[in-house]
Design a protein around this ligand. Structure first.
Ligand SMILES: Nc1ncnc2c1ncn2[C@@H]1O[C@H](COP(=O)(O)OP(=O)(O)OP(=O)(O)O)[C@@H](O)[C@H]1O
Length: 628
């Protein structure tokens, strides 16, 4: 039977690339391989614990879960053995030869070749099993799925290059035993104390005991027939311990265990809830965004435990989508052990937990917002938080308080001003919060629409995240102050003076406006003189309830049909170009120049022209006339 023979198989292309990258980029951080392999072993035990709830026979009469780690200094090997769920031959091929994560190809494309940067990215991707090859030039995985016959065992072997072999090999006990043949310069991982200290550092808090042979005396070699094993980690699930007894380091290493992140967490919140519902949650905010934050299929959600038994990863029912970057654990005393994703979706208790956990996260973020680390958080996760304005109506106000902006007050690209900061500086008679929105910060900052506000000393929020226009529409107002796009609707007149100036302008520019309307009737809804402008000749304004130009471009780029609405062209009759236009008696020249002014207004707000070539032609014709 071909199944029993030895096969050599190639790694999936992405797996091969990742392997190579891992070996090269993470070399300076090599000890993390042990954390990763022990995490996998503990996950495998968690999975078996869960499956055996329904099917006790999987335990094969042995319910004592443990991970055994042993070293052989002479052979330079390190072995990590678990009695978890194990793998069948096919599963070993599938799980160890390919990467199943969605978005892997995009991730690969984002790598730069710069080892330091790539190491960071790989940290975000998740390191996993392949980290074994950072320290080993050969890895053997001897595994058998719990519940299958001893003869169904499989041996997977690879040198971490292009391929691996798989063969059948009997295995008495269920689970997986991974042996690393260490590279010469990594031989210190065959040293008992070195391994102990790394395990203590990274795996103290996992709930399964990690055993090593007991130290038996100075020259004792670990080849004793039956070593006595001793647990070297604490082996109580961290979240079950009292907050007061847990150090920051322990919280951080537990974070790395559950998230496979490379970096520390930014902050966390650990809570035990008692009363009608009983559960414990430990929620972390990462420092870095996962590589696939914008992928709708990204791994999201919390690890769910019921009475300390692991139930599932990525339980997404406990937090809304805009908090998908939060990592953590929720351990419930009320849910049944056989709870499924379908049940979670309908369960009233889950609904209550979800709203309580969402509040916890928002409170944790509000607390974070008071400190120096918030800037890092905001620049990484700000756009995701904004999704919450549409998704989580009940917490809209809390979310609004978390928002940070660049504004004309700070005049810097850094988004560090809150709505409250803005309100504190608002003019007494001002009843709106103004914002300008464009494709990038520079275009927004230089928008002609701001000229009036700058002149009047009215602060404007400068928005340039793709989601901003939508987010502001969802929010609508803040503390009773309407959010107003400066490029929409009539300009709110601030002073009596400005009103009079507007009327005077309307009278003096009547004939110019009529002539321009005639030329631009296809392109614009109307033409009107405006005090909005001080330096620019023209700008475009859309109706209060029409879609903004930037939003329109985003929707169109996404292939969505957008109803056509025409903008209003506002002109600055005091501008020399408009004066020149007014004085132009040649109607052809007039229409060319009027068209150019309209097109420039489109360009100034970051838009694209319908017919750029015609614009260039018109402009060139005018330039040529300059030389005569
Ligand atoms: N000790 C083990 N016992 C059983 N299965 C294992 C073991 N180690 C790895 N596997 C299987 O191999 C798969 C790949 O492991 P790997 O560590 O590369 O990725 P992961 O654990 O899925 O993701 P990540 O570690 O990046 O979060 C696992 O999902 C699991 O199915």
């Amino acid at each position: 039977m071909s199944e029993t023979t030895k096969e050599t198989l190639g790694f999936q292309t992405e797996a091969k690339q990742l392997l190579q990258l891992m070996i090269h980029s993470l070399y300076s951080n090599k000890e993390i391989f042990l954390r990763e392999l022990i995490s996998n072993a503990s996950d495998a035990i968690d999975k078996l614990r869960f499956e055996s709830l329904d099917q006790e026979s999987l335990l094969e009469g042995l319910g004592d879960y443990a991970i055994h780690v042993s070293v052989n200094k002479d052979a330079k090997t390190l072995t990590i053995a678990d009695n978890g769920i194990g793998m069948s031959r096919d599963e070993a091929i599938e799980h160890l030869g390919t990467i199943a994560k969605s978005g892997t190809a995009n991730f690969m494309a984002s790598l730069t070749g710069d080892q330091k940067k790539d190491a960071q990215l790989i940290g975000q991707f998740g390191v996993g099993f392949y980290s074994a090859f950072i320290v080993a030039d050969k890895v053997e995985v001897h595994t058998r799925r719990a519940g299958s016959a001893a003869t169904e065992g499989a041996l997977w072997t690879s040198h971490g290059e292009a391929d691996f072999t798989i063969e059948s090999k009997e295995k008495e006990t269920r689970g997986t035993s991974i042996t690393l043949y260490l590279k010469d310069d990594c031989a210190d991982f065959a040293d008992d104390w070195r391994v102990r200290s790394v395990i203590k550092k990274y795996s103290d808090h996992i709930s399964v005991p990690v055993m090593m042979p007991a130290a038996q005396g100075a020259d004792d070699e670990s080849d004793a027939e039956t070593p006595t094993w001793e647990a070297i980690n604490e082996a109580t699930a961290l979240w079950t311990r009292s907050k007061a007894d847990i150090t920051d380091d322990e919280y951080q290493s537990f974070y790395k265990h559950i998230s496979h992140d490379f970096d520390d967490a930014l902050t966390w919140s650990h809570n035990k809830v008692e009363g009608k519902l009983e559960y414990t949650s430990l929620l972390y905010v990462p420092k870095n965004a996962p590589f696939d934050l914008w992928n709708r299929d990204m791994a999201k959600g919390l690890k769910l435990y019921v009475q300390r038994t692991f139930i599932m990863d990525e339980a997404e029912q406990f937090l809304p989508l805009y908090l998908r970057f939060i990592k953590g654990v929720v351990d419930s005393n009320d849910l049944p052990l056989n709870v499924s994703r379908e049940i979670l979706q309908k369960d009233g208790a889950v609904e209550n937990m979800r709203s309580a956990l969402t509040k916890r996260v928002l409170d944790m973020l509000s607390k974070l917002a008071k400190g120096d680390d918030y800037h890092q958080f905001w620049s990484t996760f700000g756009p995701v938080i904004k999704e919450g304005l549409g998704e989580d109506f009940a917490n809209k106000d809390k979310i609004a308080k978390l928002l940070r902006f660049s504004t004309t007050h700070s005049d810097s690209e850094v988004q560090d001003q809150s709505f409250d900061d803005y309100l504190g500086r608002m003019k007494p008679e001002q009843d709106k919060i103004y914002y300008v929105f464009a494709e990038n910060h520079n275009t927004a900052r230089r928008s002609p629409h701001l000229e009036y506000f700058r002149k009047e000393g009215i602060e404007v929020l400068i928005l340039s995240d793709r989601i901003d226009d939508w987010a502001m529409m969802q929010l609508g107002e803040y503390e009773g102050k309407k959010l107003q796009d400066v490029a929409k609707g009539d300009l709110a007149q601030q002073s009596e003076e400005a009103k009079q100036a507007q009327e005077a302008l309307e009278q003096s520019s009547e004939s110019l406006v009529e002539r321009m309307k005639a030329v631009l009737s296809e392109q614009v809804e109307s033409v009107r003189p405006s005090v909005r402008l001080t330096e620019s000749p023209t700008c475009l304004v859309v109706g209060d309830f029409d879609m903004g130009a930037q939003m329109r471009r985003i929707m169109e780029a996404a292939g969505q049909a957008v109803p056509k609405t025409k903008p209003v062209l506002e002109i600055n009759p005091e501008h020399p170009l408009l004066k020149m236009l007014d004085a132009e008696s040649d109607e052809d020249k007039f229409s060319d120049l009027a068209m150019i002014l309209f097109e420039q207004a489109q360009l100034a707000e970051g838009g694209q022209l319908d017919d750029p070539a015609a614009y260039v032609q018109r402009l060139n014709a005018l330039l040529l006339k300059l030389s005569v």
